[in-house]
Design a protein around this ligand. Structure first.
Ligand code: ADE
Length: 237
C-alpha cells in the first residue's frame, strides 16, 4: 500500500510546486506515495481565524496555539485508519540523517507538522507526542521547507521511486561514506582531464579506485562520518 504523507501547514500553497516536480511527482504518479495537505488555519474558531497568540510570560514573537493544531491533527488522522508517525519540524528536534530517513521510508503513514512564528505551545508536544525533527543546526522562518526536505529524502527511497539507473543503494551515506568524483564527456575540458583509470575498462580497478576516493574524501571533509565508518568496520570485523 502506498505511503500516505499528511502535511499540516499554514502555507499549503508552498507545497505543490515541490510535490509536483521530479521524483516526488513521479513517485505519486506511480502510486508509491500520496500527499495530503491540511491548512491549520481552517480549524481556527474565532472571527480572525487566529492560530497563534502572544507568549505567556512575555517575550518576542507569537506562539502556535493548541486547539487549531489538535483539531487539524485529528481531522487528518481520521482520513485513514492506519496510525500515523507524527513528526513536528523544529530546530529543537533530533537532527535528521540518512539512517533516520531510511526508518521513515519504511512507515505506512507520516504526518508532518510545519509550524511558523516563534514556536509551538509546549502542550502540543506534550499532548501529541510527535517525533521532533530538525533538518540542521540553523533556524528557518517556518517548518515548511524542512517538511519538504523530509518528504524528498523519504520518497526517493521508496522501492521503485528512482529509475534502475540511479539506485539509492550505492550513493553517499548509504554506507556512511561520501561519493566518489564523477566525470562525463568530454575527456578533456579547459585542460582538465579525466583520470585514466576511468577510461581503462577495468571494472575491478575502477571500483577499487572509487572506494579509495570515497574514503579519502570522507576522511578529509567529514572526520565525524569517517570515525563512525571506522567504528562500524571494526565492529563487523
Ligand atoms: N523550523 C525552523 N527551523 C527548522 C529546522 N532547522 N529544522 C526543522 N524545522 C525548522
Amino acid at each position: 500500500m502506498a505511503l500516505r504523507i499528511d502535511i499540516l501547514t499554514l502555507f499549503p500553497e508552498m507545497f505543490p510546486p515541490i510535490l509536483g516536480t521530479s521524483i516526488p511527482k513521479r513517485a505519486a504518479e506511480k502510486g508509491l506515495v500520496s500527499y495530503h495537505l491540511t491548512n491549520i488555519r481552517d480549524f481556527a474558531t474565532d472571527g480572525h481565524k487566529s492560530v497563534d497568540d502572544k507568549p505567556f510570560g512575555g517575550g518576542p514573537g507569537m506562539v502556535m496555539m493548541c486547539q487549531t493544531l489538535f483539531d487539524a491533527v485529528a481531522h487528518a488522522e481520521q482520513q485513514d485508519p492506519r496510525p500515523a508517525t507524527r513528526i513536528l519540524l523544529s530546530p529543537q528536534g533530533r537532527v535528521m540523517d540518512q539512517p533516520l530517513v531510511e526508518e521513515l521510508s519504511s512507515k505506512e503513514r507520516l504526518l508532518l507538522i510545519a509550524g511558523h512564528y516563534e514556536g509551538f505551545d509546549e502542550r502540543i508536544i506534550q499532548g501529541l507526542s510527535p517525533m521532533e525533527l530538525s533538518i540542521g543546526d540553523y533556524v528557518l522562518s517556518g517548518g515548511e521547507l524542512a517538511a519538504m526536505v523530509v518528504v524528498d529524502a523519504v520518497v526517493r527511497l521508496l522501492p521503485g521511486a528512482l529509475g534502475a539507473q540511479d539506485g539509492a543503494a550505492d550513493e553517499s551515506f548509504a554506507d556512511g561514506l561520501l561519493e566518489y568524483p564523477q566525470y562525463t564527456k568530454p575527456r578533456e575540458y579547459r585542460g582538465m582531464t579525466v583520470p585514466d583509470i576511468l577510461l581503462s575498462g577495468n571494472h575491478a580497478a575502477i571500483a577499487k579506485w572509487r572506494l579509495e576516493q570515497r574514503k579519502v574524501r570522507t576522511k578529509e571533509r567529514r572526520p565525524d562520518l569517517w570515525q563512525a565508518y571506522e567504528e562500524k568496520q571494526n565492529k563487523t570485523r
